[in-house]
Design a binder for this molecule. Sequence first.
Ligand code: HEM
Length: 794
Amino acid sequence: APTWPASTDDLEDIMLLNSGYRARGFATAVTPCSAAPGPGRIAAAEWIRAAFHDMATGNTYQKTGGLDASLMFEIKSSENIGSAFQTTLTTYAPFLSSRTSMADIISMGVYTATRSCGGPVIPVRGGHVDATQGGSIGVPLPQNPISIFKTQFDRFGYNATEMIQFTACGHSLGGLHQVNFPDVINQGVFPNDYAVMDTTSTVFDNRVVTEYLDGTTQNPLVVGKSVSTKRNSDYVVYNSDNNVTIAGMRDAQAFANTCKTMFQRMIEIVPSGVTLTDIITPYEIKPYDLQLTLLDGGSKINFTGDIRVQTTQRPAASISQVQLVYKDRTGAAASTPITATIRGSASGFDDTFQFYSFSAQLSAETSISSFSVVITKTSDITETWDNNGAGFKVDDNVIYQAPQSCLDASGKLTVVAAARNGTVSPNLKVVVKNPRASPIVVPALSTATIAMATQSAVGSYQLYFASYTFSGSQAQSAVLGVSAGSSSDNYKNASSLSNVCASLSTPSPTPTPSSSSVASSSLIPSADSTLDSSSTSMTMLTSVLTTPASTSSTGSAASSSNLPTPTLVSSSSEFATSTTTLPSSSSPVSSSTPIPSFPGYDYTGCVNDSSSDRTFTAKGQIADTNSYESCAAFCSGYMFFGVEYGTECYCGNALPPFAAPYPDSECNMPCAGNRAELCGAGYRLTVFKSLTLYPAPSNPAISGYTYSGCYIDNVNVRVLGDSFLFAHDMTVPMCAGFCAGKKYFGVEYGEQCWCGDALGQSGLVDEWECSMECSGDQSSFCGAGNRIGVWVKD
Ligand code: HEM
C-alpha cells in the first residue's frame, strides 16, 4: 500500500471515487460505456482516442512531447477534425488542479473509459507535465501507406507487431464519423452517419479482432468504400504481417492483456525531464481534510477530518469501530484515542470504501504530531494502520484558520493563519485558474505568494493575516494554503469560505446551552487588544471589529494603519506540477467546514428545505438571536431542531424522506446570534436530533428470528413479496407477527412490512442505509426508502 501523503492523492480520488460520499464523478461522462455527448458518439471512445492523438505528436527518440496535453493547442490541426477532442478536454478541464495536470487527467481518462467499458485495468502513473505549446504533426491518417505507419509507430516506440496490437486495441470501441472522413464512408448509410468498428462498439472486447479474422467485419477501415479510396488502414495495418499478430489476439484474455500493456505504454510516453510516479493503487487507509483549528483564545485546538477505509476485501459490516490513536507534539502517546463515526460510503469500478469522520478538541499545548488508525472488527480482531511505519503526520506549526478567514462579495479574500511560536512567519499561497484564449478550453494555473502580516498573539500561537483580491469568478475555483518553512496547511477551497470572518475570541463551535453569552465573552481571553472589555452582550461581541476582514468591511482607517500591508513576494504565471510532498488535506472539492456539534444532540446533517414544502412543520421562528442554544430551547420537546439561513429555526419530530442530505459545506452561514456556529444556508437546514428525548434507535431482537441485513428493494425488484402490510404505527414485532409462518419478514420506509419464503435477487448494503425509524416505534429502525431491513427465521 502507498505511503501517505503522495503527490497523486488527488488523482487517486479521481480514479476511485466514482459515486457516493466525496465522489469526484470523473467516470460519470463515460458511465455506462455507451454514454454519449451527442447522437452517433461514444464518450469512452473519444477519451481513448484523445490520449492517442495527444501522445501521437511526441517523439520517443528526441524525448519530446508524448502524453503532455499538447492536444489543447492542437485542436485546430487537420489531424484533429471533429468536436470530440474539444468535448473531452472540456469535460476534463474542471479536474485540472495544482496537484493534477491535464496530462494526468488524460491518462486517467484512458483507465476510466477502458474500465467503464469492461476492459482491463490500465495502470496509471501521475507526474505528467503539461506542454505549453502544440507538438509537430504526426497522427496516423487512414490514407498513409504501411511504411509511413511503421515509421510513425516506431517514433512512438512501438515496433511493427505492437503497431498492430495497439491499433486493434484502440479500435475495440467506437467508430468513424462520416462528416470527418467522407472518403471512408458514404453519407446516409450508417445510423447517425457513424460506422462502428465492430458489433460491440460499447464493450471493450476482442470483437474487432474476431470479426476481422472471421471475415464478418463491418469495420469501415477494413471493408466498404475505404477499399476503393485506399483508406482501409485497419486492413493495411492488420494484414502487414499476414495476420500473424492479429490472429494472436483472438483469445479474449490475450487481447485484454495486450491492450493493458499497449495503453499503459501510450500514457507513459513523456518528454525528457518528466519523471512519472509509482503506479497509483488504492490506499487501504486514507485521511481526508485533516484540519487543525485554534479555538478559544488559543488553549484548545479542534482536530477534524475523515478517514477512508477500503472495504473491498474488508466488508464495512465487519468493522465495529475506527479510532485514531495519536501522539502529542513531543511524540508521547496520548491516553485517549479519537473515535471516528461512519460518514458515508463510496465506490469505484473495482473498490468500495467507507468514510469515518471525527472531530476532537486537543490541548493546544500538547497538540498532536501523528496518528495511527485502529480498526476494530466485529470479530474483535483489531488492525493497526500506521502508514507503513511513518504514522499519519499532522503538522501543527502553521494552521489555516478557516473560521477567521473569509471571502466577501467583492472578491476580497482574507486569510488568517496561526503559526506556533518560534515558527517563521507564514506565506499565503493562492492558486487561481485563468481562462486562455479560444479555442483552448483548459485554463492556465497561476499562483501568488503573499507574505502574511502579524495580527495578534494567542497562547502558543501567533496569528497572521493576508489579503488577496480575486477578479471575475476566479474565487469559485481558487485554492489556497499557508506555509511557513517546511510546514504548510494547503489546498483549501476559497469558495467554501464564509463571507464573514469570525473573531477568534467568540465561543468555540460547541457551546453548552448554559454558557450564556455574557459568561463566554468575559471568560475567554480576547485575541485582540482592541476588543472593548466592557462589551457584555453577544451582539456587541460580534460587532466589535477584531479581525482584518471586519476591519476592511468598515474601512476603518485607524485599525488598518496599525497593520502592516502584506507584500506580494512572487507571482508566477504558470504553476508547475508540484513534486513536493503534500500536506495534511487531500481533496480539492471537499470543504474544511467543521462538523457541527451541540451537547445532548446528534448532528444529523445538512439537508434541503423549501418554502413550499418545509422539512420541519411542527414549529418555526425567525430571530436575529438565532443559535443552536436558542433553537434547541425553542424546539424543546421535539425530536429535531434545524437552523437555516442564519436566522431561522424549525422543529419537527421526523425527518421526511424528501429531506435529501447535502454536503456539510453547503450549510455554511454563521448563526445570526452566534457566528461561531453554522446555521444552514438558503434552503439548507443544519439538523440536530435530541439524544435525551429519543435514544438512538436499533434493530430490536425478535425471538425465533435473526436480523439478516439491509437490502436494496424497489417496485421493480421486490426482495419479499408474498404479502405485505402498511401501517402508520408499524413496529418490528408487529411485522414479525403479521408474517408469522413465513421464513423472512422485512420492514421498509418506516411503515411497510413485507413477508416471504424466499429472498429475491438484491444487494446487501451498509447497515446505516436502513436507518429510518418505525412509524410506531422511534426506538427501532424500519428500513428506509427502497431499503428493507430483513429478519430470517432461526
Ligand atoms: C494506423 C493507425 C490508426 C489510424 C489510421 C486510425 C484512424 C482512425 C480513424 C479515421 C477514426 C475515425 C475517427 C472519427 O471519425 O471520429 C478512428 C477512430 C478511433 N481510433 Fe484510430 N486510428 C489508428 C490507430 C489508433 C490507435 C493506436 C488508437 C489507440 C488508442 C486509436 C483509437 C481510436 C478510437 C478509440 C477511435 C474511435 C473514436 C470514436 O468513436 O469517436 N486509433 N481511428
